[in-house]
Design a binder for this molecule. Sequence first.
Ligand code: ADP
Ligand code: MG
Length: 239
Amino acid sequence: MESVSIRDVSLNFGAVRVLENLNLDVMKGEFLVLLGPSGCGKSTLLNCIAGLLDVSDGQIFINGRNVTWEQPKDRGIGMVFQSYALYPQMTVEGNLSFGLKNQGMPRAEIQKRVKRAAGILQIDNLLHRKPAQLSGGQRQRVAIGRALVRDADVFLFDEPLSNLDAKLRSELRVEIKRLHQQLENTTMIYVTHDQIEAMTLADRIAIMRGGAIQQLADPATIYNRPVNKYVAGFIGSPG
Ligand code: ADP
Ligand code: MG
């Protein structure tokens, strides 16, 4: 079953067409990676799915529901950005619970969710610290936790690891993979320009160029049978 469906989506910024008649089906529980160079439209596409940008044309469906004109908060999505964007004056617990409080969720339910997310991400012992007292990797876990407490069935990640050093990147890659396995039936759409990240995380990879998808397939197929020179060059296959 499709979790997210993109139908003929185009987006213009002024006279510039950034997404070009794009179609994509992401299956329930799938880990889909959007891979492509800087400027090809990855973040724009993710922001359209999240509802942070309006499409110029086309439609977006989540779990079969047409969400094209729905508010971000109604779409059942959790989003993790490249920059941590934590509230510096709040504790980790405050950061995790802030969005839920704003929604008016009962206190007991908030506590339950914060505890669960903190356990999964192994930040239980950091709940009373402020962001300035955390390492980069810990901060990024809190950022993931903020998406996790929403109990969404679709998670969008926009280059969540690109500000971290190589060692932390590979550690958190394993964490994110584990998180996906643990949260059964949760769909993840993960944007990166890093080929290794794409190859290790993805069930399928969508290779983007100039606001369109060039090839959509599992990592082995992309590597062994790229549809054109661009894909071959990007994924670094000799063939
Ligand atoms: P990526 O995430 O793949 O690096 P983006 O989706 O951020 O690419 O950007 C795609 C294209 O749209 C780029 O050419 C970028 O300069 C342009 N763009 C992004 N945001 C805006 C904006 N708010 N106004 C005008 N152009 C934008
Ligand atoms: Mg981007």
